[in-house]
Design a protein around this ligand. Sequence first.
Ligand code: CU
Length: 331
Amino acid sequence: MWMVATGGGYVDVPRPTDSTLMSVGDRREFLVDFAQFNDGDTVYMTNLAVPHDMNYGSTNGKALMAFIVDHSLASENPVTTLPSTLVDYELTPGPVFMTREKNLMGSGGSGHVWTIDGTPMDMMVINDTVLVNTKERWVINNQTNKSHPFHIHKVQFQVVEYTEKVGVLDTVATYTHPDLPDELFGFKDVQLIRPGATLIFEARFDSFPSPLHPNQGYMYHCHILTHEDTSMMHQFVVVDSADFYTGLSAIPGTERLEVYPNPATNELYFKGSFEEAGTLTFYDLRGKILRREAIHARDSKAVSVQDLPRGVVIVELFLANKRYISKLSLY
Ligand SMILES: [Cu+2]
C-alpha cells in the first residue's frame, strides 16, 4: 500500500509501506492494491501492537478489519496508476517569530496529575498568546515514562525534528525534515511522543476570531482522554498583529498593571503587592518576548530594565490565574 495523505492533506509523493505507527486521534490515507489478490481471498488489516497474550478472539487475533476480494465489484473508474508526485511540499516558509518550549510532566498512578509544565488546565487562564500570521516553533519534551499523542487545535503543523531514545542502550536517534519516517511526515495536528523524546514542529497561526470572547481559547493537549482530563492540557489565543497590546487587553480577566516610574530608565517598581509568585514578561509592540523571568512582585521590589531596548515595551505580570499588563516607556 502507499501512504498518500495525513490528516492535514497530501504528502509529497506516494510512500510505499506495509505498516504505519498510529496514535490516538491520528489520521492517514492509503491507497491499497487489491488487484494482486484472487477472488475470494481474505486480506486482514491487523494491529501489530496487540500484546502476544491478548487478541480480539477472531480467526486472526490481531485483525481489526477483514477485506474479502471480489473483482466483480471493481468501480467503473478504478485507480490503476499512481502519480509520481502529489503536491509541492515544503516547510512553511518565513522566519520563526517565536519558539515555545513545553514539558509533558507527571507519572500517572492514583490521584496523580498529568500536566504541561507542571501547571494544570484552568479554563480561566490563557497560557499562551500567539501573534497572528507568524510562524512559530514549538519544542515538546516528554519528561514522563509514557507515550503521549500531542494534539493542537487551530493549526496543522510540520515536524522539523524528532529525537528519541531507542533500544536497550537508549541510543539517541534524531530525525530531521525532510528525512523523516512516514509517520512524522506531512501536515498534522497530532503526533505521538515517546517517553524521553522531543518533538519540534513549526506552524503558521494564520487567523483568529475577532473580537475575542471568553472561551475562545484554542487547546493543546495529550490526546489520551484520561491524560487530558487530569490535566495535560493548556490553551492559547491568537491576537491581532496591528496592536498586540489590544489583543492582550481583550483576553478575559486581564487587568491593568501599575508600574512606576513610567517612563523608566534603569529600574521599575510595582504599585501594590501580589500574593503569589508569577511570571514577568517584557514584549515589544509586536509581541516578541524581550525578557521573561519568575518573580514575586512587591511594591518595594526593583526590577532592572537596563538591558531592554529604549522605546515603548509591554510589561505583563502573569500569576496563577490572573494577567496584569501595562505599556512602559524606556528612555
Ligand atoms: Cu498522555
